[in-house]
Design a protein around this ligand. Sequence first.
Ligand code: AHR
Length: 517
Amino acid sequence: MALSLPRRVHRVLLGLGALVAVASSGLPVLSAQAAAQGPCDLYAAGGTPCVAAHSTTRALYGSYTGALYQVLRASDNATRDVAPLSAGGVANAAAQDAFCAGSSCVISVVYDQSGRGNHLTPAPPGDFSGPAAGGYDNPANAIAAPVSVGGRSAYGIFVTPGTGYRDNSTNGIATGDRPEGMYAILDGTHHNSGCCFDYGNAETNARNNGNGTMEALYFGTSTSWGYGSGNGPWIMADMENGLFSGVNQRYNANDPSISHRFLTATLKGEPNHWAIRGGNAQSGGLSTFYDGVRPNAAGYNPMKKEGAIVLGIGGDNSISAAGTFYEGAMTSGYPSSATENAVQANIVAAGYATRSVAGPFTAGARISLQATTGCCATEYLRSSASSDDVRIARVTASSPAAEKADATWIVRPGLADSSCVSLESAKASGRYLRHYDYRIRLEANDGSSVFGRDATFCPTAGNSGQGYSLRSSNYTTRYLRHYDHAVYIASNGGSGSWNAAAHWADDSSWLAVGPWS
Ligand code: AHR
């Protein structure tokens, strides 16, 4: 007998991002397949349709099959669009991997799935200039935020200071005091206190046009304007010249520190009314951290929203922030809590999870790190017998045992971040690889927090497509790289010979092989 579900229940089940079948028991069964509906279908059903939908991880409409984002390859400046594997599905990360193999890629466009053409590209200069040519902001490294969605590999957008995206000429985004909503899924463990890791509505000239000219989600630990309880990070609203946690200009005790690895953050505003909500993108619902009138400060009622879109930067192109963005959307109209709750259920059902690219980098493992650049493929990362110097040098089966030990590393949970690693010498217990003045040295752990940060590296897929790369945990655009046989943390281009773009991808890609000792 077919089960007839009340219309509302049926709609909610479809919104959970799973296909509904009816078992012989007559009870509905959810099967983990492509999303029948995406967040933007749910916003539309609630009467507040998406007018911008951005994601490098999955389609945000059940029927969306178009491009999610574009990657730009360093070796030849060629570009490739990445689409979902199927309608409503997860991004085809394998297409990116194949295209970028042997080189490195950045995310050059984040397409708007709403059909309104509100695509995000590296942000132009405003009150502040970005570090790239013409004062533009940097695009994100395309592999720096690996993630799994519904068991499939994808990549998020890893923002380091200097990275930012923007669209100053939009279609359908709220202006003036018109109602809107927005949500984003972020990495709640990746943040800083710089201004301003934002996603949402901003000025159309990238300049500070005064109080009330922005309405964007903010995430981080800035206390320069408002803040919440604890030490942060907090979800707040960037309304220009102010990050607001509630009605008071500074403090809202009900806006908690929140750091779920996958974090759902929502913000919405309408005349003299706005709200912040948040929750764990992997389970449970949303909590309301503020719901009330506009802040107690001049210039925010009525709002003067301008309708540009920013990601990873402040409204005036402040570029000091860090964070990771997986997906987000902006709506026309003030979404109901019920609609946001259905979107949160869809997000949870999508199945965000960490993705380890760190196969050999498991705590306690002994490894050796072999260079991959043609010049040096028989050379390994090695400490020196007599000093704290670390270089790449040849090691063979007939090398003395002490040299083999110099080229062997014990993987430890990262001293500053246990989701990354620190590498302890197999020869000298308590001595770790750390950078100092950008050069890698082998030094005893002095227990300081700066040592911990300098000695923590996050394994990623190799920048050249081969092996692994080790990203510095505190200088997040820099990777362990050999240059002229010495070893550094290096960025792909920049002052300092060791940052040379030539061979950067190969020099910063290592094979993690069986230990010499
Ligand atoms: O409102 C906080 C920040 O102040 C904005 O993002 C930026 O435009 C200004 O510096």
